[in-house]
Design a protein around this ligand. Structure first.
Ligand code: MN
Length: 244
């Protein structure tokens, strides 16, 4: 199995080295990742300037790796153009991608780009505190997750989040009750006003959702689809408000 790994934290993130190390147990790994951090860039693609691909070592030795001056979606498009790929893994992101964060996530966009191109895509993330991330607490669960999701021959898009020390795994839905972005004003050293866009949860998560699972120390696996159509509303509109 040929595995392409990307991320949105950039090629020098310890998360991508950890994922490359674990994924190399399942197949041949090639890393194609942004040269600088691209977190919260969502599914942006670069179309108004050329992209470059440069060979670049990562912290886990023996893996073919390249850095790209573009977004996670660019990296997946380029990586799958360069070589035949069976599955794309994106991560391990240093920070959770839960609930409404999925709309902004560059990590998830890497996996989404794979599905757009006809491959399986799996996004992997973990919350981090002030300390350096410690992957050993959930490494066995990354392995379990890959074993589970890579064995499935169906195409699929999955968003996976690992708590630091999991006690089990759950299939979950996306928590959509809340929006978690808040604007916090501040003042720079020159006395000018500026603003921070923050991601702080505002209300408790619903049971069996992704946020709930990670808050309760379960690995959260959310199957996703690209079709955003509101099916129930569509049926209702066709019935009650037919258009000419
Ligand atoms: Mn990130």
């Amino acid at each position: 199995m040929k595995i392409l790994i990307t991320n949105d934290d950039g090629i020098y993130s310890p998360g991508i080295a950890a994922l490359a190390r674990i994924a190399s147990k399942f197949g041949e790994v090639v890393v194609v990742a942004p040269d600088v951090e691209q977190s919260s860039m969502g599914h942006a693609v670069t179309h108004s300037r050329p992209l470059t691909v440069r060979k670049s070592p990562i912290a886990f030795e023996g893996i073919e790796a390249y850095r790209v001056n573009g977004t996670p979606a660019d990296c997946v498009a380029l990586g799958t153009h360069m070589t035949q790929i069976d599955v794309v893994l994106s991560g391990i992101n240093l920070g959770p991608n839960l609930g409404n964060s999925m709309w902004h996530s560059g990590t998830l966009a890497g996996a989404k780009q794979a599905v757009l191109l006809g491959m399986k895509g799996i996004a992997l993330s973990t919350p981090v505190g002030k300390e350096e991330p410690n992957f050993s607490g959930f490494e066995s669960y990354v392995e379990k997750t890959l074993k589970l999701l890579l064995a499935d021959t169906e195409l699929g898009l999955y968003n996976v989040n690992f708590p630091p020390n999991p006690k089990g795994m759950k299939w979950t839905s996306q928590s959509v009750r809340l929006y978690d972005g808040q604007i916090v004003p501040g003042v720079d050293p020159m006395g000018r006003k500026h603003y921070w866009f923050t991601v702080t949860p505002l209300e408790p998560a619903e049971e069996d959702t992704d946020r709930w699972a990670v808050e309760n120390d379960y690995v959260s696996i959310t199957p996703l689809r690209l079709d955003l159509t509101a099916e129930v509303m569509l049926q209702q509109l066709r019935k009650e408000r037919p258009l000419d």
